[in-house]
Design a protein around this ligand. Structure first.
Ligand SMILES: C[S@@+](CC[C@H](N)C(=O)[O-])C[C@H]1O[C@@H](n2cnc3c(N)ncnc32)[C@H](O)[C@@H]1O
Length: 192
């Protein structure tokens, strides 16, 4: 028992040191903060995504734009092996954590890339918890197909009208998951 406890202690320290060292090796300060989803609002996002995936008549492609360590994708990929999942992440530290975490799921691909430069036209469902980047709304409008559904945790997409807003909580404060249908943004897309 003592040996196992010592082993866990050593492994925990090694992991901590690896995270700290990687932060400097990968120059992670160059990227916006990587903050994993948590709490009730994470649960709400997963629940709303699950509703869409359960009712789908064909396999869908679901992408987390800025997947962090892959915590959202891990839950969904396990629950829905019939659907395909893609995680985009440009910060090397969370990217490698996501790779490690998700390698047991054959229906998940993690891509190290700037999502603003990627072709997103095959995606059916977008999940995201990050919208700070300038030009993000325009990028989505330009590259997503008309049938795509976007679920955004906490942050609204500037200038877009949500199809549905689901009330949730973060740190005991009220927040929302915003659900957008690309088809309802078409008029705006044409204007851009
Ligand atoms: C707030 S975290 C959310 C992580 C994950 N989606 C979750 O909910 O746990 C946002 C992530 O998006 C990544 N990110 C931000 N801008 C990006 C970009 N242009 N391309 C790829 N990843 C990006 C950040 O590195 C960060 O890990």
């Amino acid at each position: 028992m003592l040996v196992i406890a010592i082993l866990i202690y050593i492994l925990a320290w090694l992991f901590f040191l690896w995270v700290v060292a990687s932060f400097f090796v990968f120059k992670c300060w160059q990227y916006p903060p990587y903050i994993p989803s948590f709490g009730k609002v994470k649960h709400t996002l997963l629940q709303e995504t699950a509703k869409i995936l359960k009712s789908a008549r064909k396999p869908l492609v679901v992408a987390d734009l800025g997947c962090g360590d892959g915590c959202l994708l891990a839950r969904l990929a396990r629950q829905f092996p019939q659907h395909k999942f893609i995680g985009y992440e440009w910060n090397p530290l969370p990217f490698y954590l996501a790779k490690l975490r998700l390698k047991k799921y054959p229906n998940v691909r993690v891509i190290k890339a700037d999502v603003m430069q990627e072709n997103l036209s095959s995606i059916d469902v977008v999940i995201c918890y990050w919208l700070s980047e300038k030009g993000y709304a325009q990028k989505l409008a330009r590259s997503l197909k008309k049938s795509t559904i976007i679920l955004s945790e906490v942050f609204q997409i500037k200038g877009w009208k949500a199809h549905k807003k689901v009330v949730s909580q973060l740190f005991g404060f009220q927040t929302r998951v915003f659900i957008y249908h690309m088809s309802e943004q078409t008029a705006r897309k044409r204007k851009k």
